[in-house]
Design a protein around this ligand. Structure first.
Ligand SMILES: NC(=O)c1ccc[n+]([C@@H]2O[C@H](COP(=O)([O-])OP(=O)(O)OC[C@H]3O[C@@H](n4cnc5c(N)ncnc54)[C@H](O)[C@@H]3O)[C@@H](O)[C@H]2O)c1
Length: 253
């Protein structure tokens, strides 16, 4: 493990989908780099358990990213607790259903698009004003390799993630002059509860999915968190409107 830096010293980050997998790893990496993190999740129990394990630099809030009032309340609670906001990471995604357009129930389409895309819109809507008040900041949307290349039976997920990448670009145009950078980050397959529930164990997931990645394995949540911390930090001060593929080379061929 490389030595941690304190690149995020004094920063406050609002993080959606914090309770599990990549979100939990991002929360841990941010606090390791001296940021304070508002751990927002629809599961308050999950977010609270994570925050307890991270200590006073983490604060748990319940937040359903599809619900405007819930997002506004979660951002307000975070602001009251930490007093400022410098970063937003929208990481939440609903469990996806394997289906083509023929089989996908309309309600499931709406759920996946709502959590991924409308969630990014709402989180940005309420988090941007305090970021602007503090002089600027960094927004990171967790997208997917499937924003770039399609995969079977994942129409809502692929479409919503592609939309998320372009939403970041559109917001980057609007807010560059305000000192806010907006980027997306596209992981390949990563060993999280979301992914591992499809396989008996990590070895089975690696055997099945590893060969799709140039590096021959799936990723670790910590590898995505390291890239998110980079985009949040001043090390990425000349990066806006881009997508960072952290996919072990999945989308390269
Ligand atoms: N794991 C992978 O292989 C992989 C690959 C590419 C992209 N991603 C993306 O990374 C992100 C995190 O994935 P993960 O594997 O850690 O997922 P996960 O399922 O382990 O965690 C998702 C979190 O989002 C929360 N959430 C779901 N709906 C919500 C809502 N309406 N409001 C607030 N929170 C909500 C869940 O409670 C959970 O804590 C997702 O955006 C996912 O699409 C994951």
């Amino acid at each position: 493990m490389s030595a941690m830096t304190s690149r995020l010293d004094g920063k406050v980050v609002f993080l959606t989908g914090a309770a599990s997998g990549i979100g939990a790893a991002i929360a841990r990496r941010c606090t390791d780099e001296n940021a304070a993190v508002v751990c927002a999740d629809q599961s308050l129990d999950g977010a609270a358990a994570l925050a307890r394990s991270l200590g006073p630099k983490a604060f748990a809030v319940r937040c359903d990213v599809t619900d405007s009032a819930s997002v506004q309340d979660a951002v307000d609670q975070g602001l009251r607790h930490f007093g400022r906001l410098d970063g937003l990471v929208h990481n939440a995604a609903a469990p996806a259903l394997d289906a083509s357009v023929l089989d996908l129930p309309e309600q499931q389409w709406r759920l996946e698009v709502d959590v991924i895309l409308t969630g990014a819109f709402l989180a940005s809507k309420y988090a941007l004003a305090p970021m602007l008040a503090g002089g600027g900041g960094s927004v990171v949307f967790i997208a997917s390799q499937f924003a770039h290349v399609a995969t079977g039976k994942a129409v809502a997920y692929c479409a919503a993630k592609a939309g998320l990448v372009h939403l970041a670009k559109a917001m980057a145009v609007d807010h560059a002059g305000d000192g806010v950078r907006v980027n997306s980050l596209s992981p390949g397959a990563v060993a999280t509860p979301r992914l591992l529930q499809r396989w008996p164990d990590l070895d089975a997931a690696n055997a099945a999915l590893g060969p799709d990645h140039l590096l021959g394995r799936i990723g670790k949540p910590q590898e995505i968190a390291a890239a998110a911390a980079f985009l949040l930090s001043a090390d990425a001060s000349f990066i806006t409107g881009t997508d960072l593929l952290v996919d072990g080379g999945y989308a390269t061929r």
